[in-house]
Design a protein around this ligand. Structure first.
Ligand code: MG
Length: 259
């Protein structure tokens, strides 16, 4: 089931994708994620062209994982980490499908990073590995936009990862995807730049949820960005970046100048 948030005539609403169109529903997106499709109370039908898609959730935090693909570690000639390396993107980085990424004047190298995002459905703290996937509302696509020059200059990652618009998220939540075996790719202006599969993750989704929940409370709606495969590289003003995750969909964003 594909669930999304959208805006029409200035009002924020929730919908479910059915037969290529979208039916408005009366539930919040996290309520709907816990319900069978037949139980959702339906309202109007809209075509996707007539609505503005919003980011699927408004998390209190986006918890991101550093190096988490075996093929990326090989590309960088790095040893596999024995624990996930974590950092956080603030909620103010989040934009939705077809919103614009603003290229900050502080940076000369802004990179894309295609990632599978996990949306947490209910509060998670000290979660056991075998229970971890029960806390998932669904999955979506994420671009962990990074000012690479500032990441290297600063030695820690907060500034490089935290500019407004640096976390495109969407277009919707897929509630029924197996996160352990999906193709993931990044295209810039139609050219494939990253092409891998989530089966190459060093720490799978259930391990990440359990590990993070033993450090901090994951709230309903929080997002985990699960790391990026090989092939990261720069984007330029005017480029169109597309994260495509099998079984979920395509998250598309254009890069615009700060001016
Ligand atoms: Mg990343």
């Amino acid at each position: 089931m594909k669930l999304l948030r959208f805006k029409k005539e200035g009002v924020e609403k929730t919908g479910v994708i059915i037969n290529g169109g979208m039916v408005e529903i009366r539930h919040s997106i996290l309520e709907a994620a816990q319900s069978p499709l037949d139980d959702l109370k339906r309202k109007d039908f809209h075509s996707l062209e007539e609505i503005k898609i919003l980011p699927p959730v408004q998390p209190s935090k986006v918890v991101c994982v550093g190096l988490n693909y075996r093929d990326h570690a090989e590309e960088l000639n790095m040893d596999l980490p024995d624990e996930p390396v974590l950092f956080i993107k603030p909620s103010t980085t989040i934009i939705g499908h077809r919103d614009s990424i603003i290229y900050p004047y502080h940076s000369q190298q802004v990179d894309y990073e295609a990632e599978l995002a996990v949306v947490i459905g209910r509060e998670a703290r000290f979660v056991d590995l075998e229970d971890a996937l029960d806390f998932v509302a669904g999955y979506t696509a994420l671009n962990d936009v990074t000012a690479r020059d500032l990441q290297q200059k600063d030695g820690q990652w907060t500034r490089a990862k935290s500019f407004d618009t640096f976390c495109p998220l969407g277009p919707w939540i897929e509630t029924d995807t197996d996160p352990s075996n999906q193709k993931i790719s990044m295209k810039v202006n139609g050219a494939v730049k990253q092409n891998s599969n989530t089966k190459n993750m060093i720490f799978p989704v259930e391990e990440l949820i359990s590990f993070i929940s033993h450090i901090m409370t994951l709230k309903a709606g929080d997002v985990i960005a699960t790391g990026t495969p090989p092939g990261v590289g720069p984007m330029h003003v005017g480029d169109v970046a597309e994260v495509n995750i099998e079984g979920i969909g395509i998250l598309q964003n254009k890069i615009i100048s700060h001016k």
